[in-house]
Design a protein around this ligand. Structure first.
Ligand code: F6P
Length: 359
């Protein structure tokens, strides 16, 4: 048996731990493992295919990033090709990819990625590729699994930052507004905001009213607490409004979600007269060593993916459904991304602890 591994989409701490566990699990069964570099670029002649052996995955379990590298733009079904006039067209190169996989004798693919990469994995499966998926994202927005690896590390990084903001906010009687990642899901903001006792948490699932946000800050001010810390998910939006965007990173691409912290800080300052500062925690949330929880989850996913290949569970992905790891059809998780539910006990506890959601 010869299997291939690929990592796609934004990186998440724990990817290397998945790769390590999968390579050791597979080679332990006598299988050969190939690593496809940069998403599927390696299978399209635009990057390398490398053999993965116990030796090549030695000492990587605790490292952030991915030794296979990754991309969130080289979709084989809509592969960007630059034209001589500078414009970009998208080509369906999936047949070429399937043919290359056949030539390389790849019997099965373990595709490690978030919703976009899992959707590609599903389409490859529909074209006849024997695929097993491994969900990955710091946003925790893949349904079917209680948690994705990378999320716990991102939350820990955000907690550390909020703790630091508290002391400087208090020293200066300021309002500090910190933006965290998550796209259209508020898990990172919610979990870090409660754990680090923010005063206001704004998430996409609960549209906010600026007047209510300012009311919370002014109530604290009147009670002698002249500073406030606001944690805002990048996809948060006001009631009746929409989320903030930053424009596309490259011409022809979708707009990036973000910019809400700066906007909010200006609005809060204008309304309350309090001095506000904003920051975007950004890609720090994606970097660094995975926490113990993420390493363990990633290794469990890597091991379970190899067992799923051995069992022929094609078109399925591994998922955390305590107490164990299960597999379920990739297709079943693609339509409904995971979002914070309003009766989540973390939301309820945060409210009971006096945290405002601006609603
Ligand atoms: O999906 C993971 C994520 O980190 C989001 O939280 C964020 O909006 C996005 O990726 C940023 O992606 P990029 O790598 O393009 O900056």
């Amino acid at each position: 048996m010869r299997i291939a591994l690929s990592t796609g989409g934004g990186d998440a701490p724990g990817l290397n731990a998945v790769i390590r566990a999968a390579v050791l699990g597979a080679t332990g069964r006598g299988w050969e493992v190939l690593g496809i570099k940069r998403g599927y670029a390696g299978l399209l002649g635009e990057d390398e295919i490398v053999p993965l052996t116990p030796e090549s995955v030695r000492g990587i379990g605790h490292l952030g990033g991915t030794i296979l590298r990754t991309t969130n733009r080289l979709n084989p079904f809509a592969y960007p090709k630059r034209q001589p006039d500078g414009s970009t067209v998208q080509l369906d190169r999936s047949d070429e990819l399937m043919e290359r996989a056949r030539q390389l004798g790849i019997d099965a693919l373990i595709a490690i990625g978030g919703d976009g990469s899992l959707a590609i994995a599903q389409r490859l499966y529909e074209k006849g590729m024997k695929v097993v998926g491994v969900p990955k994202t710091i946003d925790n927005d893949v349904s079917g699994t209680l948690q994705t690896f990378g999320f716990d590390t991102a939350v820990s990084t955000a907690i550390d930052a909020i703790d630091k903001l508290h002391t400087t906010a208090e020293s200066h009687d300021r309002v500090l507004v910190m933006e965290v990642m998550g796209r259209h899901a508020g898990f990172i903001a919610l979990h870090s905001g409660l754990a680090a006792t923010a005063d206001v948490i704004l998430i996409p699932e609960i549209p906010y009213d600026l007047a209510k946000v300012c009311e919370k800050i002014e109530t604290r001010d009147r009670a002698g607490r002249h500073f406030s810390v606001v944690v805002v998910a990048e996809g948060a939006l006001p009631v009746g409004g929409t989320y903030s965007t930053l424009g596309a990173s490259l011409p022809g691409e979708a707009e990036r979600v973000g910019g809400i912290a700066d906007r909010l800080a200006r609005e809060i300052q204008a309304r309350t007269g309090k001095e506000c500062r904003s920051l975007v925690l950004g890609h720090l949330q994606r970097g660094g060593s995975p926490t113990g929880y993420d390493r363990l989850l990633a290794m469990r996913f890597g091991g379970a993916a190899v067992r799923a290949v051995a069992a022929g569970r094609w078109g399925e992905m591994v998922a955390l459904q305590p107490p164990g790891i299960v597999t379920l059809p990739i297709k079943s998780v693609l339509d409904e991304p995971r979002r914070v539910s309003l009766d989540d006990d973390i939301v309820v506890t945060a409210r009971a602890n006096g945290i405002s959601f601006g609603d």
